[in-house]
Design a protein around this ligand. Structure first.
Ligand SMILES: [Zn+2]
Length: 386
């Protein structure tokens, strides 16, 4: 096993670190929770049991950004700061914060037990905020006709932004009862569920420890189900685009991306709960190849497919210029505004930060007193290599 005996801060066995730090079936490669910020940053380039966790969410930031900016070069796309792209930017912010917070949490969590707790509270907070970023993108790009109303023309359905026609808008829904849900409750529901997720996951770090991986995985199933309702709706009903149009052709790939997105989420959940492969051979996957790294890879692949799905829908809208969503008050469902996108995100983030501060304060009460003890007298066995 790769233990850096020659280095100033050796890596440790699971028996040599505080129980709080131990991961199931990971026996070696631990950093003791008294690293300085510099030590933590440098540990990204050392083979520890967190190195893979860091890189599997840090490198994807650049991959995701690369595929994201492609949208702005498309023919007919408005300028990047146009209201049309507000939801897409919020989605980007959600994914960016999730990947950065996750990678940094894995890198910096050995500064102290308290910092470790705070890192993972932030991690859960950003995952929850990401689900709302997704919901905003779904709402404006996949939600049936959000921001536009339909009038019936000679050549089948087409969209007229200049009319405020509630009846016509409602007629777009194959299941009219759902119009109330989409138009009134969808985004608030996504926010409430996100907050429930943060509260539950933060709680699993202080209680319900035994089933924490199951709880965390199941808790994130709920926002997936709520956020994805516009997609479920689209899959169960007809396309809003008339069949011979280029918009219709552009959006045909949406279901495939969504199914793959679901598949990757499922596989990531299985890795997170099962602790495969290290469960089969404890100690063998301590540095590279343990379940959390596969979990990260699968979640990122699910995000990439989600991005492609959203891009397919954005392209379909751009190919149908009458569908462009203005920040207008004329239509029954207004298009994206600063308040309905960035405002929602800001409000949510503020609430999440408040929750994190509260749990961090509690963690400091629990683990703070141990900090001095760990720093002052690390037992001799903490300095040995195996
Ligand atoms: Zn992670």
């Amino acid at each position: 096993m790769l233990l850096n005996c020659g280095q100033q801060l050796p890596l440790l066995r699971h028996t040599d670190v505080p129980p709080r730090v131990i991961e199931n079936f990971i026996l070696t490669g631990y950093r003791f929770p008294n690293y300085s910020l510099r030590d933590c940053l440098l540990s990204a380039f050392r083979p520890t049991n967190e190195t893979g966790n860091f890189w599997t969410h840090f490198l994807p930031v650049f991959v995701f950004s690369y595929y994201f900016v492609e949208v702005f070069g498309w023919e007919g796309a408005p300028h990047g700061d146009a209201a049309f792209f507000y939801p897409l930017w919020n989605y980007y912010i959600g994914v960016f914060c999730l990947l950065m917070a996750s990678s940094m949490a894995h890198l910096l969590n050995s500064m102290s037990l308290v910092v470790r707790e705070v890192c993972f509270f932030v991690d859960y907070g950003t995952i929850s905020a990401y689900t709302v970023g997704s919901s905003l993108a779904y709402y404006y790009y996949i939600h049936p006709q959000a921001g536009v109303v339909e009038t019936r023309g000679n050549n089948g359905p087409h969209i007229d932004l200049k009319h405020d026609c509630v009846g016509a808008s409602r007629s777009l829904y194959a299941i009219p009862e759902l119009s109330v849900f989409f138009e009134t409750f969808y985004i608030p529901c996504a926010c409430v569920v996100a907050i429930i997720c943060v509260l539950s996951c933060c709680n699993t770090r202080q209680r319900w420890r035994r089933h924490r991986y199951v709880i965390r995985t199941l808790v994130f199933l709920l926002p997936f189900l709520v956020s994805s309702t516009p997609v479920f709706y689209r899959l169960l009903t007809r396309s809003p685009y008339s069949s011979p149009s280029s918009s219709f052709a552009a959006s045909t790939s949406m279901p495939t991306y969504f199914y793959r997105h679901c598949l990757w989420l499922l596989v990531s959940g299985i890795f997170n709960i099962s602790k495969f492969p290290e469960r089969l051979a404890p100690g063998r996957f301590d540095i590279w190849g343990h379940s959390h790294q596969w979990f990260h890879c699968c979640t990122f692949l699910s995000i990439l497919d989600e991005l492609q799905m959203i891009k397919a829908e954005v392209r379909a809208i751009l190919l149908s210029p009458t569908l462009l969503l203005p920040p207008a008050t004329l239509s029954h469902l207004p298009g994206p505004t600063i308040a309905s996108t960035y405002g929602v995100m800001l409000l949510l983030q503020t609430t999440i930060i408040s929750i994190i501060v509260w749990f961090s304060w509690r963690a400091n009460c629990i683990y703070g007193p141990q900090r001095g003890q760990l720093a002052k007298e690390p037992p001799k066995k903490h300095l040995k290599c195996n």
